[in-house]
Design a protein around this ligand. Structure first.
Ligand code: KIV
Length: 288
């Protein structure tokens, strides 16, 4: 074993497919996430849909990068996550997977690409692993999706589940609403247990009351990743355009804004336009 090798990993016996001689980075694996939960160490996850954000978030040490179907309304200009297709999401997944050294890349199965049957789910998930280079997939649903999770896991594909508010079911759930309030908490607990028993390695909980998410987190052995589910989860995820202020306008209550990327880009674009119109760019230093 090489001296630089991360503890617990052995050199791939048949070559890795890359010629890099850089110091090996310890890739985030599903067992690391489980160990983090056991240690009480919080897990970080952000969305990413292209090479530069992926490389930057990876450099920042974000554990999981989700190439979410939210690319539909954050990249492709749709109103919701429903219209995006597998063929549209795969190249974004591939770009992110090519650009990280450490983070685990989560491919998100879009609406209609896995709900028909476990076989459909497996075949779609396999495309995200083979063509997208994802390290695992995420799919929405609890008890009713257990057979799909079970099929994928049996076929060698790690699955992150997503329960609570599931945006692909917006029209069934009656809009963006907190899930698991009052008696509905029993349903959420059943969903959480079902996805764990089916083999999911982690579960996203979206828009769930803090007390319920905390109870689920204590009940499960797999990590929970919250979005609008309070601080009692094992980790947190946000859509980067919301968290870093590329998107403007009304934000969900659970979003904290860490930067004003829209403002930075707006100022830069205005300065550039001013220079071009004023004839000060390009200057001699930019000309041949
Ligand atoms: O697609 C996405 O961005 C998501 C997050 C909201 C978890 O599923």
């Amino acid at each position: 074993m090489s001296e630089q090798q991360p503890a617990g990993e052995v050199t791939a016996p048949y070559g890795t497919g890359t010629a890099s001689t850089a110091t090996p980075t310890r890739k985030v694996r599903t067992h690391h996430l489980r160990e983090m939960k056991e240690r009480g160490e919080r897990i970080t996850m952000l969305t990413a849909y292209d090479m530069y954000t992926a490389a930057t978030f990876d450099e920042a040490g974000i554990d999981l990068l989700l190439v979410g179907d939210s690319a539909s309304n954050n990249v492709l200009g749709n109103e919701t996550s429903l219209p995006i297709t597998v063929d549209e999401l795969l190249p974004l997944t591939r770009a992110v997977a090519r650009s990280v050294r450490r983070a685990m890349v989560v491919g998100d199965l879009p609406f209609g690409s896995y709900q028909a049957s476990p076989e459909q789910g497996y075949l779609t998930a396999a495309r995200f692993m083979k063509e997208g280079g994802a390290h695992c997939v995420k799919l929405e649903g609890g008890v009713e999706m257990a057979p799909v999770i079970e099929r994928c896991t049996r076929g060698g594909i790690p699955v992150m589940a997503h329960i609570g508010f599931t945006p692909q079911s917006e029209h069934t759930l009656g809009g963006y609403r907190v899930q698991g309030r009052g008696e509905a908490s029993q349903r959420l607990l059943a969903d959480a247990l079902a996805v764990q028993e089916a083999g999911a390695f982690a579960v996203v909980m979206e828009m769930v009351p803090e007390v319920v998410a905390t109870e689920v987190t204590a009940m499960l052995t797999i990590p929970t990743i919250g979005i609008g589910a309070g601080p009692g989860c094992d980790g947190q995820v946000l859509v980067w355009q919301d968290a870093f202020g590329l998107r403007t306008g009304r934000m969900a209550k659970f979003v904290k804004q860490y930067a004003d990327v829209h403002g930075v880009l707006l100022d830069a674009a205005r300065s550039y336009a001013e220079d071009v119109k004023g004839g000060t760019f390009p200057g001699p230093e930019h000309s041949f």
